[in-house]
Ligand binder design. Structure first.
Ligand SMILES: O=C(O)Cc1cc(O)ccc1O
Ligand SMILES: [Fe+2]
Length: 466
């Protein structure tokens, strides 16, 4: 047995991790449990079963190929048949079409959802907000949110549809996976790859967060282009579990499997967290967003948000994301004679945003931690009236300014999301969202004004004189 505490919910210390992104990792909770020199010996060390999990097709090009080998006490196949779960509240979607969801160009914003008083675990507290494509066709994504208050009990979750990128906003997550355990706090994110079994304990009780799920592709680090070899999220800051197992007889243990957006259950009589050793590159990992090394303009204008991409799930089109995960972390704003908040814009990509803590610099009011917004393809958006007026009142010669104590993020996709009925009918929908821009008035003057943009004359002269 490993040295980790037995009761996941009671544990509050970080377990041991391995570090790196895309590595071929290996870990043994019992020395000698990994077979040497081959993956599937006739008899494995300690009488373990060898089992492979493939996260890409067998024949995927080597640079994309992902798989891991588990050495476990009993193989995953040892369970009763899957049964469709009687939906307690069927709020998960795996195929986005007219029967499940609707599309709207309206700007949407939601207040943070209350965590219910009645006992709800991570799986029951998970609901789809929007998405595009189909888990069956292996193309698309879903954006979910969760509000839960109790640990999963006697059950594990397995998402056959896609990878989960979880962004906790309130409450820490103790996540037990087949590869070992991860302790994830708000301000960190965790990626749980398709098909990996896991359970979520909530040591802090009421918990809330966001989930991006991608179908048919895995997250990768963005290319850095002219930035060079360093910057943004560093591979060494991604943390992967070390092997942890329990040898428990668990009568009535259930595996809850999300398959095409529906939940199925299968019963078995042992813990699925019985992997004594493993190796491979198909792994769960976590990342602390405060480790991000942001790059930005150091002279003029507002850079596009892609500069803050932490992870990207690529589409087949070069440079175009099925889903980018972008953050807006604390940073210095130093640009001269520049409107520093995000610009007004319309985007062919669709933008879902959430706020983990603090205030987002485009919205003085109404966009709250735990809340969300959605600006779909070509839907106009930008700073609210209060932010615009405060920015121009402050004048052209703003000093360097440090944006502090905030962490907003965006899931951005080239596929247009359809939105689920329960979030459109939700009491948390901010029906007055449009009002935040209605007060933007014309500052136009055909005589020109002292608000006319551009570099002050004196700076232009200085450049010319050089
Ligand atoms: O709309 C938003 O708030 C996200 C965003 C931020 C930014 O700095 C530039 C463009 C953009 O879409
Ligand atoms: Fe935007």
């Amino acid at each position: 047995m490993s040295e980790q505490p037995q009761n996941a919910a009671a544990a509050t210390e970080e377990p041991e991790y391995q570090s790196g992104f895309g590595n071929h990792f290996s870990s043994e909770a019992r020395p000698g449990a990994l077979p040497r020199g081959q993956n599937s010996p006739l008899i494995c060390p300690f009488g373990l079963y060898a089992e492979q999990i493939s996260g890409t097709s067998f024949t995927a090009p080597r640079k994309h190929n992902q798989r891991s080998w588990f050495y476990r006490i009993k193989p995953s196949v040892t369970h009763k048949p899957f049964d469709r779960r009687v939906p307690r509240h069927n709020r998960l979607v795996g195929e986005f079409d007219r029967s499940t969801s609707s599309a709207t160009p309206t700007q949407l914003r939601w207040r943070p959802a209350d965590v219910p008083d009645s006992p709800v675990d991570f799986v029951d507290g998970l609901y789809t907000v929007c998405g595009a494509g189909s888990a069956f066709l292996r193309h698309g994504y879903a954006i979910h949110m969760y509000a839960a208050n109790k640990s999963m009990d006697n059950c594990a979750f397995c998402n056959a549809d896609g990878d989960f990128l979880i962004v906790p906003q309130q409450g820490r997550l103790w996540i037990t996976t087949e590869c070992g355990r991860l302790f994830v706090s708000p301000g960190e994110i965790v990626v749980l790859p398709q098909g990996l079994r896991f359970l979520v304990d909530l040591p802090d009780g009421p918990s809330r967060g966001y989930v991006a799920e991608v179908f048919g592709v895995h997250f990768q680090l963005p290319d850095l282009g002219p930035i060079g070899a360093n910057g943004l999220a560093a591979p060494r800051d991604f943390l992967v579990p070390t092997a942890w197992f329990e040898e428990k007889f668990h009568p009535g243990y259930t595996i809850v499997q999300k398959f095409g957006g529906d939940l199925f259950v299968a019963e078995q009589d042992f813990s699925p967290f019985n992997v004594v050793a493993w190796h491979g590159n198909y792994v769960p990992y976590k990342y602390d967003l405060n480790k991000f090394c942001p790059f930005n303009t150091v002279l003029i204008d507002h850079g596009d948000p892609s500069i803050n991409t932490v992870l990207t799930a690529p589409s087949d089109k070069p440079g175009i994301a099925l889903l980018d995960f972008v953050i807006f972390p604390p940073r210095w704003l130093v640009s001269e004679h520049t409107f520093r908040p995000p610009y007004y814009h319309r985007n062919c990509m669709s933008e879902f945003m959430g706020l983990i803590y603090g205030v987002y610099d485009a919205k003085a009011d109404g966009f709250l931690p735990g809340g969300a917004s959605l600006h779909s393809c070509m839907t106009p958006h930008g700073p609210d009236t209060k932010t615009f007026e405060a920015t121009i009142a402050h004048g052209k010669g703003a000093d360097p300014f440090r944006i502090k104590d905030t962490m907003a993020f965006m899931f951005e996709s080239y596929l247009i999301p359809r939105v689920c009925p329960w979030v459109l009918d939700s009491p948390y929908l901010d029906c007055d969202y449009y009002q935040c821009w209605i007060g933007l008035k014309s500052h136009f003057s055909s005589e020109g004004s002292d608000r006319t943009g551009g570099a002050p004359q004196v700076e232009i002269m200085a450049v010319k004189g050089d």
